[in-house]
Design a protein around this ligand. Sequence first.
Ligand code: ZN
Length: 171
Amino acid sequence: MSGMLDRPLILTPDGLRLVAVHQKVVETIEGWVERGSRSREAGGILIGSHRGDHVEVTDCTVPMRRDARTRTLFDRVDGGHQDAAIRAWRSSGGTDTYVGEWHTHPEAHPSPSLLDRWTWGRIMRRSREPLVFAIGGWDSCWWGLGVDARVRAMRMLSSGSDGAGRCLGAI
Ligand SMILES: [Zn+2]
């Protein structure tokens, strides 16, 4: 079942640091991408573990009741996301924790908005660890790694699925 590193998506910003994203997380992000004039953005936090310079993303939260969702904005307001991170920390004995953020955009090939960059900058100031940032789109996903207050786009080294998924580390 879950918990196995079953053909993860492998990403890197520089060929040195590696980010492994479990298929379940990729599929969840893909599943929340909406189309159409009444579409709303979705999002949540990424949960996983830091392993030296590397990050393993094993789980994520999905939109909750109090989150703000519009066509062009997802604001993670609901305290349930943080609760999920705390639960993961406790149940894993202190290895699994918050490792980043994801949200969707109503566009084919998403890239970070100025607001995204600004929001991520604020988040990174509160973390000493590298953080993963993902944006799901209709035809591809954007993945970045935030290190030392800078988010760098990542490229894919190995896809988790057989190419069927959209979130295969755009670029
Ligand atoms: Zn955005």
